[in-house]
Design a protein around this ligand. Structure first.
Ligand SMILES: NC(=O)c1ccc[n+]([C@@H]2O[C@H](COP(=O)([O-])OP(=O)(O)OC[C@H]3O[C@@H](n4cnc5c(N)ncnc54)[C@H](O)[C@@H]3O)[C@@H](O)[C@H]2O)c1
Length: 263
């Protein structure tokens, strides 16, 4: 389905990003998989060997402007950009009573990757999508930006991580509207607990608690949801995935009815 398409996946050395890169390659896309970790090149080679698609691994830090420019230049060399999966993300506890210096350092640590990095990579990629005549941008968010289904689940200990994901709502909504005329779709995938190194890192010895281990979602399920999204063609939506429910696209958003006395 994606033969001839060129995709960038950020944070592709493990977890969800690796699954996104693999699924895109399985669909025949050429994938530029980058990550701040050295192992990205080995991971990319493994996916290429498994799938027979071109998968280029590149060490790059999304929070660094020069690295972002290098990633986009590499994609241009491969032929352009059709798909951008904004997956790279970082997490840490940021207690509200930490020191002033710590709070400001934490802001830079979380926001430079989860928010500014995503802005830089997207802004640099959009001109290439316009040249290709279409595009798909997927922002990787989290389930609690969908409060109708997730009320009260923002952790009190991770205010900056939470804020970084809520901030993506603004990007997804504005970019979807601004880029629709160029046939560029912008959505967010907003998943609950998914079995990745980030999730396992929250628990002693990286062991998921038994209840969670039974129900946790697999990265491959979210990667399939992403492929379904490309086939569906909707734009401007936050698409959820909840532990204990089928992982699916769900119905499209219904526009609010305007109430007015004017016909
Ligand atoms: N796993 C979950 O339960 C879950 C739930 C909701 C949202 N998410 C989101 O999904 C995305 C992927 O998470 P994951 O669980 O696979 O995490 P992970 O930590 O296992 O993988 C994230 C990858 O991003 C890379 N990365 C981090 N900072 C980077 C940077 N500055 N530049 C380039 N690469 C960088 C890491 O090296 C790592 O390989 C994140 O945005 C995360 O916030 C995860």
């Amino acid at each position: 389905m994606l033969k001839g398409k060129i995709a960038i996946v950020s944070g592709a050395a493990q977890g969800l990003g690796e699954a996104f890169a693999r699924r895109l390659a399985q669909e025949g896309a050429t994938v530029l998989a980058f990550d701040v970790q050295d192992k990205i090149e080995t991971v990319a080679q493994k996916i290429a060997d498994e799938t027979g698609s071109t998968v280029v691994g590149m060490k790059a830090d999304i929070s660094k402007r020069a690295d972002v420019e290098k990633v986009v230049a590499k994609a241009a060399e491969l032929g352009g950009i059709d798909i951008l999966v904004n997956n790279a993300g970082t997490w840490k506890k940021t207690p509200v009573d930490s020191s002033w210096e710590q709070a400001v350092a934490d802001w830079d640590f979380i926001m430079d990757t989860n928010f500014k990095g995503l802005l830089m990579l997207t802004r640099a990629s959009v001109p290439h999508m316009k040249t290709r005549g279409s595009g798909d941008i997927v922002n990787i968010s989290t389930y609690y930006v969908l409060p109708a289904r997730s009320d009260g689940t923002n952790s009190p200990d991770t205010d900056l991580y939470n804020a970084s994901k809520w901030a993506l709502n603004g990007f997804t909504d504005s970019w979807a509207k601004a880029l629709a005329e160029f046939n560029i779709r912008v959505n967010a995938l907003c998943m609950g607990a998914t079995d990745t190194p980030m999730l396992r890192g929250l628990f002693p010895d990286k062991q998921l608690p038994p209840d969670m281990a039974k129900q946790v979602m697999k990265p491959e399920q979210i990667a399939q949801q992403m492929i379904d999204l490309f086939k569906d063609g909707r734009t401007g939506e936050n698409i959820g995935a909840w532990v204990g429910y089928p992982v699916e696209l769900g119905p499209r958003k219904v526009a609010h009815k305007t109430i007015s006395g004017v016909a």
